[in-house]
Structure formats: C-alpha cells, structure tokens
Unconditional design. Structure first.
Length: 413
C-alpha cells in the first residue's frame, strides 16, 4: 500500500478517534481498579481467563451502540423513548440513574482514597477534583473536552509499568489466561459478576452513543469509528490484565488476600514491588478517578435529557441546554458531597456499584438488541446472525451468573 494512502487512512482514523477509546478506558474507573485488584489478591492469576470473553463481549456491545448512533443520529435514550414509549424510558432512567449515582459516588471515593496515598485529606481532594471536572466540561466545547479526556486515558499505561516492576510469574499468568479455572463458591461468583459488571457497564452505552452523535459521526465514518471502538476495548482490558497481574504477583503470593480499597493495594505494593510500582499504581488510580468523575455524570445527563426530549450536549452552551448542565452539576455536587460525610463505607460503595452494573446490564442489552434488529430503524446495518448470537449469549450468561450469585448468598454458601 502506498505511503500516501496509509497516511490518509491514519489521518481519517484520528479524525474520528475518541468516543470508543475514551468510553472503554473510563471503564477502568476506581471501582474497576478495586475489583481487578481484589481479583488478583484473592484468586491470584485464576480469574485472568475472564478477560478474554469479556473483551469479546465488550467489543460486541460497544460496536452496537456506536453503530446505532452513527446510523440513526440519535442517542440511546432517544431511541428507547421513540420505540418503546415513556414507561420504558422512565424505567431505564430511574433504575440506571440510581446505579449511575452509585458509580458517581464511587469515582469521588476513588479520588479520596487515591489522594490519601499522597497524604491529602478527602476534604481537600474531593472538592478540588469536583471543581476541576465541572470546569473542564462546562467551560469547553466537545473537541477540547475530548482531547483532555484522551490525554487522561493515556495515563492508564502506568499500570502496565507497575505490573512489570512487580515481576509476575509469566508462565503461570499466561496459563491461567487461556485455561479457565471455575469455582462454585459465592465469593468466586460475586467476583466474576463484579469483573463483568465493571468491564461492560450500562452507562457506557449511553455515553458512547451520545458522543458518536455529538461528534457528527455518520454512516460514512462508521467503518473507522468501529476500529476506534475495537482498539479502545482491547486496550482497556489489556490494562485490566496488568492490574490483576500486579496484585496477583505481589499481594496474593504474599498472603494478602483481602484489601480494603485500590489505594490499599497501591500501599501494599510498596514493600513488595518497590516504591515506583506503588507510585505508578497510585497515579493511575487518581487519574482514573478524575476521568470517570467527569464522564459518569455526563452519561447520566445524556440518559435523562434524551429520555425526556430535552436539549443536551457539551457543544451547547449552558443557556441552550440548562437541564443538561444543571443535572451534570447536581450529580457532581451530590456525588462529591456524600463522600465528604463522615463514616461513609467507601469500599462498599465502590464494590457493590460494580455488582449492580452486572445485574442491570441484561435489561439494557435487551433494549439494544430489539432496537438494532429493527429493519425500519437500522436497514442494512442490522445485526448479523453471529453478532446476535454473541449479544444474546452475553445477556443470557449475565442473567445466569446473577441468579447463581443471589442463590448462593441466600443459601449461605
């Protein structure tokens, strides 16, 4: 292929690059980092195999959201309202809104615990973090915000370096990545649901589809946008792999199987893998918290405003979309405010918000699958048989896992 043609394709790709990459990377938020850290500390390398099927499932789900946005030019809540009516939209807004608020609190909890490693109290770090993410979004249009978010996303590679400094057993890690280890224990099932819940989350579909629309990506740009999604999904789970690896190589093999939060994981790495590994882990945590604290309220604001037919979007001014910006502001204010209350169980807020994601995702996937297979809505861009099998299979597996987890908890296993 001529050099000029390669250069042209790269320029075209980077012109649409952003929504898929950012959405996937924000998925590695403080809640995700905690779950990955706990997976490594509790089970060593044994759960690394789950990242392969979840990466495939993540690509399938994210690609559907991107394709719907590019083909219809509408956000997911818009489509749910138009195709299923107000009752279904209200259910989606209410249930996912509650889950999203739990996730937003977990992001500010991540800022609090992450900055505590640098001896900064949450009463300073959380208000400053809330102000920074609010100003970044409200005072800028879409393009500058996207560039800042891409920059934040690049800092996730700190976890890759941290894992190498931990000197893992590569042979054992690779073996457990390709050879599944299965257990019927309640702790194992909860961890698997948590891993899936933090890898494929409901809010991601709303944010990705809305950002595809806001960036102006249409049918013509869709093939390149699909690569943006695929690259983003692969990178986010590669980062997740190295987080599990770092904790498995150090905490698990040192007998530290229970960690209170991701900051505790970073702190525990210090005597086991060295100060640089711990520092990079901590920097990654704070970066993830700030990035996701900006994105999660946006996803919720898109969800609610689209569902109600109100103006939304970062490209609009405050006066043009007051409901969108006020909701974004209130979510940040209340999410940060709750974390500032004394004796808030930060770890439970973070961890169970991820489990709730795993429980709620099947409902959203069913909506998406019905929408994307509508001939009058998607035309030739409907799902292929293979994609339908993978997507419906993902929904079925999540439902079975959730039922199994509830059953084992109720039976006291």
């Amino acid at each position: 292929m001529p050099l000029r043609s390669i250069r042209f394709r790269l320029l075209a790709f980077f012109a649409i690059f952003g929504p898929g990459f950012i959405t996937a990377n924000v998925d590695n938020d403080p809640g995700g980092i905690l779950v990955y850290s706990q997976a490594g500390a509790k089970f060593g390398y044994a759960l690394l195999w789950t990242l392969i099927p979840t990466t495939i499932a993540l690509i399938v789900v994210q690609e559907m959201a991107a394709r719907m946005g590019a083909v219809t030019g509408k956000g997911l809540s818009d489509l749910i309202r138009e195709e299923f009516g107000l009752r279904a939209t209200f259910f989606t807004m209410l249930v996912l809104g509650v889950a999203d608020f739990g996730n937003i609190m977990s992001e500010f909890a991540g800022i609090a615990t992450g900055m505590s490693l640098f001896s900064v109290t949450k009463y300073i770090s959380v208000p400053i973090g809330a102000a920074l993410v609010w100003l970044m979004v409200v005072r800028n249009s879409y393009k500058p915000v996207e560039r800042i978010l891409i920059g934040f996303s690049m800092l996730y590679f700190a976890y890759v370096v941290s894992a190498f400094l931990a000197h893992p057993n590569w042979k054992a890690a690779i073996h457990d990545t390709v050879v599944p280890t299965v257990s019927k224990s309640s702790d194992y099932l909860v961890m698997v649901i948590g891993l899936i819940g933090t890898t494929i989350t409901p809010w991601m579909q709303f944010y990705l589809q809305a950002s595809i629309v806001e960036k102006g990506i249409g049918k013509k740009q869709y093939p390149l946008s699909r690569w943006d999604v695929i690259v983003g999904c692969i990178i986010t789970d590669v980062v997740a792999f190295f987080i599990v690896l770092a904790c498995a190589a150090t905490l698990y093999h040192s007998g530290i199987h229970d960690i209170s939060d991701a900051a505790a994981a970073a702190d525990a790495l210090k005597p086991l893998a060295g100060e640089w590994a711990a520092l990079l882990f901590a920097v990654g945590l704070v970066n993830a918290a700030l990035l996701s604290a900006a994105i999660l309220p946006l996803a919720t604001a898109y969800n609610v405003c689209e569902g109600l037919g109100l103006e939304s979007g970062v490209n609009r001014k405050f006066s043009e979309a007051p409901a969108f910006y006020w909701l974004y502001t209130l979510l940040i204010a209340f999410g940060a405010g709750v974390i500032l209350l004394p004796r808030i169980p930060l770890v439970k807020v973070i961890y169970y918000s991820q489990v709730v994601n795993g429980l709620l995702l099947p409902f959203l996937l069913i909506f998406m699958l019905i929408l994307i297979n509508k001939r009058e809505l998607m035309g030739e861009y409907r799902n292929s048989t293979l994609i339908n099998v993978l997507a419906w299979g993902t929904s079925a597996i999540l439902i079975v896992l959730s039922a199994a987890w509830i059953g084992t908890v109720l039976m006291g296993r």
